[in-house]
Design a protein around this ligand. Sequence first.
Ligand code: ADP
Length: 282
Amino acid sequence: MKRKNYSQKETQETQVLDLLDLPEKCAQDKKRRLLTENNFDNSNEGENNEESKKSKKKITITDKHERLIRYTSKNIPKMLKKYWIKRFDLFHNYDEGILMDEEGWYSVTPEAIATQIAERCRCDVIIDAFCGVGGNAIQFAKTCQKVIAIDIDETKIICAKNNAQIYGVEDRIEFILGDYFKLIPKLKADVVFLSPPWGGPSYREQKVFNLKTMMSIDGEKLYHETTKITNNISYYIPRNTNPQQLANFTGNGKTCEVQQIYMDEIFKAQVAYYGDLKCIDE
Ligand code: ADP
């Protein structure tokens, strides 16, 4: 993986470092800072909170979750075959009963990448705002005291809970079924991880992926709404996003750091780090 620092005024490569060394060193520094802000507001667990009540409802698998299929080599649809071959890259213990709906197959973060991001985001309380089938939340549960994993789709929450159980980390994750934007006023955390809906694999067809106009949600609004919780934001975005757009979100000439993620020498995605998560100073 490669890392670069982008400022709002100029796009400039300041450093290219080996990611495998760096996060550990700087994560320890940052952890010290982030741990001083143990500011999780339990109001989101309060009696009057409708979203929270919903999340505590016992979820059972019923016929209406027809999208929830345990795929095997025999029933995997043709269009998912290329993901099936890589199933152990997605979850190394796929065979122990991992559940993913069709969307989950192409949107889950591969485990090696999720592990790196989790190391970098080490803190007390982290929010995974669009948790999907739980690939990131599971790894956050290994580096953070508490994970708040949110998704608007009940099937995803079912998969994520099941998958967290397989990894033995479900007790560190609070799952909330709800709309992240509506939950924001009630949430407190040290770090927020954003992996919004890119719109499926079709994002690859765009020369430049515009976060503001090409997703079902406005990616710039998402950043600004999230700063109401914290400035420590990790934003997982398509490889064809212009990093300058990510820097521009911050305003006032502030910077963000963008990592380019490669797997098997293929450029897969980018992660922008804001606030104290940056390892490179302004
Ligand atoms: P992609 O388009 O990259 O395949 P997805 O459609 O899988 O991404 O979206 C990522 C996740 O975000 C999905 O699990 C989806 O249910 C969830 N999601 C979408 N909108 C919201 C929202 N407003 N609040 C919380 N989760 C959401």
